[in-house]
Design a protein around this ligand. Structure first.
Ligand code: PLP
Length: 413
């Protein structure tokens, strides 16, 4: 037995991230045999057709123009007021919901999820998300003494599985004071799935009804990490309007991040945006979350906030930003189209992809299939129930032919 001095609740924790592990193997091999001979479909960042990490031009320019003070200052714990305004505006666009809207700066979307779990669920509670979800949700719950619970995202027709959602929420509400639900839509990681307008209507009507006249609350987290690459700017934001005029015991918190939309991944900046019809809930939202920021990472990255603000206060730069995003949205759409067309010809089943950084191929023996692919210098991410392919990072040239190879590997495995 190895020596351990960690406190009892921390013993045995080990962040073995199979995404980063596969990425490291891919990079090591690329260094040895050449980048052009390796397909790295593991990376969750936008790469251009030559395999270079994209940093949007408009964002690069904004960073370069920052003053020393903007870079190194301690920012207010809640975030600069102009940053908070810019975040709300960038997030909702034309579809700003009615109600009290408050924002707090966080360390990316991860920071939002941490604060929601920490402040809106209790020790020992279940937190609900879909079976197809980003793996970090799980660690965030476990590290805070909560348990991640899963409803089935898709039904047998590959549509939103409302029945499964309903069943889990009903059970949780019967047992818990607060029910925290994380819904990663649109551009769900790892599937690329999104709820339709009607799905959202059903979800919100049901949630309102189940806690009506009860001393219970629902906190619905709308994780929109990939929003800016999920469709036409105004169209993909329409569902936000539905978050207005909800009862006071149904709080919506949007998990907003600059990681993807501004390509600021490592800069660690985002915001939690609370939407409520109740002034007390709005005040409490800022109070408790600001407190937790102070108690964890203190204030957020000044340079990253200012780089964003300086873009957002200039209409010309916003036009530039939108055009760059549209270009990369289009690029990912083209990559995904190649893969999906070929998957259909190869009779390779994929989950319903609409937009976003990833496509999922469902299967039970994903590890064995990924191992076979790796022998052909192709690196993909094995998940519990499938394989994740990053269309954000694999070029059109390299994605061509991939579906048939995966199909062959499945047959071989
Ligand atoms: N939510 C989902 C579904 C994600 O995939 C990610 C990043 O990969 C995030 C949130 C948050 O990322 P960050 O903390 O970099 O903003």
């Amino acid at each position: 037995m190895s020596m351990s001095v960690a406190a009892p609740q921390a013993k045995g924790k080990c962040a073995e991230d199979n995404i980063f592990a596969a990425n490291n193997r891919a990079n090591a091999l690329a260094e040895k045999i050449g980048v052009d001979k390796v397909t790295n479909g593991t990376v969750g960042s936008l790469l251009d057709e030559d395999g270079n990490l994209v940093m949007l031009d408009v964002v690069q320019k904004s960073y370069k123009a920052l003053t020393p003070k903007e870079i190194v200052s301690y920012a207010p714990i809640q975030g600069y007021p102009d940053y908070l305004e810019a975040v709300i505006d960038q997030c909702f666009g034309e579809s700003r919901p009615d109600g009290y809207i408050r924002a707090c700066a966080t360390s990316g979307g991860s920071g939002v999820l941490h604060h929601v779990i920490h402040n809106y669920s209790e020790w020992g509670d279940d937190v609900l998300t879909s079976d197809w979800h980003w793996g970090a949700y799980n660690s965030m719950c476990i590290d805070n003494g909560r348990k991640l619970r899963e409803f089935e995202l898709l039904d047998e027709k590959d549509q939103f599985n409302f029945a499964s959602f309903k069943e889990h929420v009903t059970n949780m509400v019967s047992k818990q004071y607060n029910t925290v639900i994380i819904m990663n839509s649109p551009a769900n990681n790892p599937t690329g799935f999104a709820l339709t307008e009607e799905d959202w209507d059903h979800v919100l009507a049901f949630l309102q009804n189940i806690i009506k006249d009860k001393d219970k609350n629902i906190i619905l987290v709308s994780d929109v990490a990939y929003l800016d690459y999920s469709g036409e700017k105004h169209e993909c934001r329409k569902f936000f309007k539905k978050f207005g005029n909800l009862p006071a015991n149904l709080l919506v918190i949007v998990s907003y991040t600059l990681s993807k939309g501004f390509t600021m991944y490592g800069q660690r900046i985002g915001a939690m945006i609370g939407i409520t019809s109740n002034a007390d809930v709005a005040k409490e939202f800022v109070d408790v979350n600001q407190y937790t920021s102070r108690a964890t990472w203190s204030n957020s990255n000044s340079a990253a906030m200012k780089a964003m603000v300086n873009i957002c206060k200039d209409p010309e730069r916003i036009v530039e930003l939108d055009a760059e995003r549209a270009k990369y949205f289009q690029l990912m759409k083209e990559r995904a189209a190649i893969f999906m067309t070929e998957a259909a010809s190869a009779e390779l089943k994929i989950l319903p992809y609409l937009s976003g950084f990833f496509i999922t191929i469902p299967m039970t023996n994903s590890k064995a299939v990924c191992d076979i692919m790796e022998r052909q210098n192709i690196f993909l991410v094995p998940l519990k129930k499938g394989i994740r392919l990053a269309v954000c990072s694999v070029s059109k040239k390299k994605i061509t032919g991939l579906a048939a190879l995966i199909k062959a590997a499945i047959t071989e495995a």
